[in-house]
Design a protein around this ligand. Structure first.
Ligand code: ADP
Length: 523
């Protein structure tokens, strides 16, 4: 009988924990929706003519809504972990890409605070691993968020490297370094406990719940990873953690797209035709206003059915799809749109916009065919970055790094092949300056006709030209295009790979001219 009572008590406790976790999940969603409204409208107000006082108040409102969202997410996660409901996925994901995508967001935050952000991913970190991308994002976001929060001067750095590799597994170490306020030795041991905030600096107050690091620790426990911290007061902190991932069977042709960083003003969103699918009037106003400001042509559908009929009757460069809508929701709309791929046209990219904080919903959007997702309320610059990447294949970089455009040219092969003979180099560059634009337009034309055999031949014939002057990553794009065209696989990657090359051509031609000037002046 005693045992029966125990079992009953245990079941009661478990169901209470589950009820609590459900309640919190629903509540968090209910709270998020009005916060979206507040954030969006405050952002719109910020753009109107304001006194400096009003501006300050508005910024304070936005800071408060940001903090509210973080708190809601933290409470939701802790309750899920405590209810034993936090599961760790074992799915293949692109780890390098996941990290660079995350950098997009934190680079902006760092710059807003006047901090530098450095990212270093070791070459031997694989492209694909098997594990949980959502949890990795969460851990990194927590640590990077703290690093930025507790640093007022200097820099933040994220380094990623492989510390051990076996036939089937790869152990990856992440290190987040900051030059911030640091933590005193007496407080170091307690910071991974829930609700712990250490007061190193009484004069300044930092917001937070003290939940972030305990969530990090628990998420790493669930993945059998470790986390440690080294810190010195007033000098900065280093948080190190590692996760052992299963290796993904390697597949040469699955090399991910090379993300190219490019300043904001080099890629404009001007004249993009964008369909916003959104039922909430306030959110419609916000999104339309933001995008119209960027010079986009915006059309609005208020539910999934409308979205589909507009998709069929217009040509859009990209669709922003809200998930929760009456009549037909976003999931259904994405599914229908993906089933109606228009003849002779590339797939229209879709970004799902969700107010859901519940795990699984974002993954569901991707599974149904969305290309990316963003939870509301979103940072406009992050939305612009995602739109740019999906419509041009180019990754936006923050404006302050302007001029630091990633290299597109590399003349080392040219020097080798000409044995450094200036006359020969000048002649070759002059020829390439004529030939490359012709090659590019031929490749472009052939891709549009989808004549893959011919594309293979053309790439085979023209690649020696590019080999002389393009950087290795871009040459890699060409190589993958060539292999894919020959084997007729992953054909939908080809236009994206090509777009990156096409986008580099103006810079490449510039570089050719500069090099030419250098060579002829030196004579
Ligand atoms: P919070 O929500 O308060 O940031 P965390 O669990 O993320 O909660 O962090 C707990 C405490 O650890 C923070 O309040 C802060 O005192 C300290 N801390 C965390 N990261 C850093 C860092 N990078 N530099 C200095 N102190 C930190």
């Amino acid at each position: 009988i005693f045992q029966e009572q125990l079992i009953e008590a245990k079941e009661k406790a478990e169901s209470a924990a589950i009820i609590k976790s459900h309640f919190l999940a629903n509540m968090s969603h209910e709270i998020r929706t009005p916060i979206n409204g507040i954030t969006g409208l405050a952002n719109l107000l910020l753009k109107s003519k304001l006194t400096s006082k009003q501006q300050k108040y508005l910024n304070a409102i936005l800071n408060s809504t940001d903090s509210l969202l973080v708190i809601i997410d933290d409470i939701l996660d802790i309750s899920k972990i405590e209810a034993g409901k936090m599961t760790i996925e074992k799915k293949k994901f692109e780890i390098r890409k996941a990290i660079t995508n995350l950098m997009e967001e934190f680079n902006l935050k760092a710059i807003e605070k006047g901090l530098k952000f450095n990212l270093e991913i070791d070459d031997n970190v694989p492209n694909f691993v098997i594990g949980d991308i959502v949890r990795l994002n969460q851990i990194l976001s927590n640590l990077l968020g703290n690093a930025i929060k507790f640093t007022s001067e200097g820099s933040i750095e994220l380094t990623v490297k492989v510390i051990k590799t076996t036939k089937t597994k790869v152990n990856i170490e992440f290190e987040v370094t900051d030059t911030g306020i640091g933590i005193s030795p007496s407080n170091l041991h307690s910071i991974f406990k829930a609700f712990t905030q250490v007061k190193e600096n009484i004069s300044s107050k930092y917001e937070g719940t003290g939940l972030g690091l305990s969530i990090v620790k628990k998420l790493l426990d669930l993945q059998k990873g470790n986390v440690s911290v080294q810190s010195e007061l007033h000098e900065g902190s280093v948080f190190t953690f590692n996760i052992c991932y299963k290796k993904s069977p390697s597949n040469l042709l699955e090399v991910p797209l090379i993300e190219r960083n490019i300043p904001y003003d080099l890629v404009s969103l001007k004249n993009l035709n964008i369909l916003i699918v959104e039922d909430n009037l306030i959110n419609q106003i916000i999104a339309q206003d933001l995008l119209a400001d960027q010079g986009c042509n915006v059309k609005i559908a208020t539910n999934g059915e409308e979205a589909i009929s507009m998709f069929l009757s217009h040509n859009f460069d990209i669709i922003l799809m809200d998930i929760q809508m009456p009549i037909m929701n976003g999931y259904q709309a994405i599914e229908v749109i993906r089933s109606k791929i228009k003849q002779g046209q590339e797939k229209t990219p879709i970004i799902a916009l969700t107010a859901f904080a519940i795990e699984g919903d974002k993954e569901k959007c991707i599974k149904l065919g969305a290309d990316d997702y963003l939870s509301k309320p979103f940072n406009p610059n992050i939305l612009f970055g995602k739109i740019a990447r999906l419509t041009t294949g180019v990754q936006l970089m923050s404006p302050t790094k302007k001029g630091n455009l990633k290299k597109v040219s590399d003349f080392s092969n040219l020097v080798t092949i000409t044995n450094g003979k200036v006359k020969l180099m000048v002649l070759t560059i002059k020829t390439l300056r004529e030939e490359i634009p012709k090659d590019i337009s031929l490749i472009k034309k052939t891709i549009s006709t989808k004549d893959w055999n011919n594309l293979y031949k053309i790439l085979h014939r023209t690649s020696p030209n590019f080999d002389l002057v393009l950087t290795q990553p871009l040459r890699n794009n060409l190589r993958i295009m060539q292999e894919n065209a020959k084997a007729k696989i992953n054909l939908d990657q080809i236009p994206k790979l090509f777009r990156q090359i096409n986008n580099s051509v103006p810079k490449l031609l510039d570089d050719l001219n500069t090099e030419l000037k250098k060579l002829t002046n030196g004579q």
